[in-house]
Ligand binder design. Structure first.
Ligand SMILES: NC(=O)c1ccc[n+]([C@@H]2O[C@H](COP(=O)([O-])OP(=O)(O)OC[C@H]3O[C@@H](n4cnc5c(N)ncnc54)[C@H](O)[C@@H]3O)[C@@H](O)[C@H]2O)c1
Length: 465
């Protein structure tokens, strides 16, 4: 009997302290919910700073041609060093619509694929380097994984994954196949965000303490247009910040997440659902609705910074991604008013009247304009005009595509790696976990499995660096 007790104790102790998998996939450590981190399988290697062979021309296949996809096809017709080889959607008429974009630009037709499984044939082609995915969230990971397994690099819309398991699938597949998997987080390429990131990297804000980001966008006029009601359907079933990446992406780049710092713990709170429930009643014939009208998530980092995120797609608030940066010596804010505030000593003599500036208010418009010009990110210098002309959310979408192709063509690490995709996408599941457990703290997994300090600071790779 004693022997059995001893064995039982030993096994329980080993389970608790060895870090091996817990029966539920998570455990509580000092009041913090901690998910298991799967072991890196043999044959897998980190893709941190991944460089792949440079390519003269990037051959692309697009999957998903609804509201978002055709804009990407159109932008790619303005990029050098690209061939659009294949187009795919569930509906053949949407593929035809995208073929017209090519024809109107005098480009050869691409191969067409349609139906529920047409995308698999597209991924199986041997003349495609990059698969660009703009389908419903629920299909991102199966498509991205299949594409990487067939040797393709992947660019996938936001959020890249919808669960923790899906986040690990992306990481593990990228590590196994050594393919790029970039989430198409476009908001990190908006002009104000890029300039502010550059200012932050030059030390203008001092030590950054706190960043706020949000997705506040009343989707009332869009709900009916998502194919098969996929988005409302997802929100109806999922509590938490299901669309965190637009607010979080810029924050993580400012805070050098997995490039010296890492997100450590989050806590979420939400309101009751009133408008969401009304939508469910009107459009889905149910009064059940998991997603709150307003969800807030607070995240702390290993190096003592904080992030606040908000998600609200149901109330008539003006569009906002917030984007607010608080540093020891400066402040930036994008919504509803773009502005910067600094201690006068933070600005050099090149900016006029800097002695008159007060950190209690935004710098005057003309000073802001000068700062924005002076701290323009080098990556936009060459293509700003073209980006504004081609457009896509005012140009940021074009800069994103341009950077993706630039880095692939030059064999450089991409601006966003698979660890960013996983970190920014996991917030949906982690915030839901916190909400379901009385707002308990939840540990953010380290998707790099220990390598988060190997790169010193976020940077955009450039030829000649
Ligand atoms: N970054 C941004 O600013 C931004 C803006 C809008 C949408 N998005 C993202 O883009 C993605 C698509 O959103 P959307 O608004 O275009 O939705 P949508 O419903 O308009 O389009 C999705 C398309 O995917 C197609 N599709 C579905 N199943 C398919 C399959 N098995 N094979 C091929 N095609 C299939 C649908 O037919 C549809 O045309 C989402 O991930 C969304 O979050 C991002």
């Amino acid at each position: 009997m004693r022997k059995i007790l001893f064995i039982l104790c030993a096994v329980t102790g080993a389970l608790l302290f060895s870090g091996c998998e817990s029966p539920k996939g998570w455990k509580t450590v000092d009041g913090v919910i901690v998910f298991d981190t799967p072991e890196r399988a043999p044959g897998q290697q980190s893709v941190l700073g991944l460089r792949t062979a440079p390519m003269e021309t990037v051959r692309v296949g697009f999957i998903g041609l609804g509201m978002r996809g055709p804009g990407a096809v159109s932008r790619f017709t303005h990029l050098e060093g690209v061939e659009i080889k294949a187009l795919c959607d569930l509906y053949p008429e949407r593929v035809e619509g995208a073929q017209k974009i090519l024809a109107d630009r005098g480009l050869p037709a691409a191969e067409s694929y349609s139906g529920e499984e047409g995308w698999k044939e597209l991924c199986e082609r041997d003349d495609i380097d990059l698969v660009y995915i703009a389908t419903p969230w629920q299909k991102h990971v199966p498509m991205a994984v299949y594409a990487m397994e067939h040797g393709k690099h992947v660019a996938v819309e936001v959020p890249a994954a919808t669960s923790l398991d899906e986040c690990w699938q992306l990481v593990n597949t990228a590590e196994r196949t050594q393919r790029h998997c970039m989430m198409l987080e476009n908001c990190v390429y908006d002009f104000f965000e890029l300039t502010t990131l550059n200012m932050a990297q030059q030390g203008l804000f001092g030590d950054i303490l706190h960043v706020e980001g949000s997705y506040i966008h009343d989707l009332a006029e869009f709900w009916d247009y998502y194919q098969g009601n996929w988005r409302l359907d997802f929100n109806q079933k999922h509590r938490g910040d299901v669309y965190a990446t637009h607010g979080l992406g810029p924050a993580c780049q400012l805070l050098n997440i997995h490039r010296g710092d890492r997100m450590k713990t989050l806590v979420a709170m939400d309101t009751k659902s009133i408008n969401g429930r009304k939508l469910a009643e009107a459009k889905m014939n149910t009064s059940e609705f998991a997603n709150a009208d307003l969800t807030m998530t607070m995240i702390s980092t290993e190096n003592g910074r904080t992030i606040l995120l908000e998600h609200d797609v149901y109330t008539p608030r003006p569009y906002s991604r917030m984007y607010q940066v608080t540093g020891t010596d400066g402040f930036a804010n994008k919504y509803p008013i773009e502005g910067y505030a600094f201690r006068p000593t933070q600005l050099s003599d090149e900016v006029p009247d800097h002695e008159n500036l007060s950190a209690h208010s935004f710098v005057p418009e003309e000073v802001k304009a000068q700062l924005m010009e002076r701290y323009k990110d080098p990556i936009v210098a060459d293509i700003e005009e073209k980006a504004r002309e081609v457009g896509g959310h005012g140009g940021m979408d074009f800069i994103m595509d341009y950077r993706l192709i630039y880095c692939l063509r030059n064999g450089l690490p991409l601006d966003q790696d698979v660890y960013d995709a996983a970190e920014w996408s996991c917030i949906g599941s982690l915030s839901a976990m916190s909400l379901e457990h009385n707002n308990a703290p939840v540990a953010v997994p380290d998707f790099t499995r220990g390598d988060w300090q190997k790169i010193d600071g976020y940077e955009h790779a450039m030829v000649g660096d």
